[in-house]
Design a protein around this ligand. Structure first.
Ligand code: 4NP
Length: 145
C-alpha cells in the first residue's frame, strides 16, 4: 500500500486539512492509500484540528478526527512521500531526514509550480482556510494521479 505523510508547523491547520482531503479522495477513487499528518513542532500534540480547518472540511462534506503529533525520524522510512506545506517545513524536514530518504520529501504544491507554498492561515481570517482547501485539492488531484 502506498503511503503519504503531510507536514506543517503545528499539525492543526494545514496538514490535517491535506490529510482529510487525501483520505477522502482516495476513498472516492477506491485507492488503497495510507494517509497521516504531523507537525515539525510539538506545541499542539494531542490536540484536535483547529475549528476553522474542521469548519471548512465540514462545509465540503469531509470528516476528520485526527489528533496532532510531531514528526518522527522513523516517518522518513515509513512513508513513501512526505509532503511539506511551506519551504520552512521543508527545510526543517530535510534537517532531520536520513540521507537515503531525502527524495521522498517534497513541497505539496510542487505539481502546481516549483517553490509554491501553502501559507500559514493560523493568524488570518476564515477565508484563508478556504484558500488552503482549494490549493490542496488542486495539488492532491495531481499527486493521487
Ligand atoms: P499549521 O498552523 O502549521 O498549519 O498547523 C499553525 C498552527 C499553530 C501555530 C502556527 C501555525 N502556532 O504557532 O501555534
Amino acid at each position: 500500500m502506498k503511503s503519504v505523510l503531510f507536514v506543517c508547523l503545528g499539525n492543526i491547520c494545514r496538514s490535517p486539512m491535506a490529510d482529510a482531503i487525501a483520505a477522502h479522495m482516495a476513498r472516492q477513487r477506491g485507492l488503497d492509500l495510507r494517509v497521516d499528518s504531523a507537525g515539525t513542532g510539538a506545541w499542539h500534540a494531542g490536540e484536535a484540528a483547529d475549528r476553522r480547518t474542521l469548519a471548512v472540511l465540514r462545509a465540503h462534506g469531509i470528516p476528520y478526527d485526527g489528533r496532532a503529533r510531531q514528526v518522527r525520524v522513523s516517518d522518513f522510512a515509513e512513508f513513501d512521500l512526505i509532503l511539506a506545506m511551506d519551504r520552512s517545513n521543508l527545510r526543517d524536514l530535510l534537517a532531520i531526514c536520513p540521507p537515503a530518504n531525502r527524495d521522498r520529501v517534497h513541497l505539496v504544491l510542487e505539481p502546481l509550480g516549483e517553490g509554491l507554498e501553502v501559507g500559514d492561515p493560523y493568524y488570518g481570517g476564515p477565508d484563508g482556510f478556504e484558500v488552503v482547501y482549494r490549493q490542496l485539492t488542486e495539488a492532491l488531484e495531481h499527486w493521487l494521479a
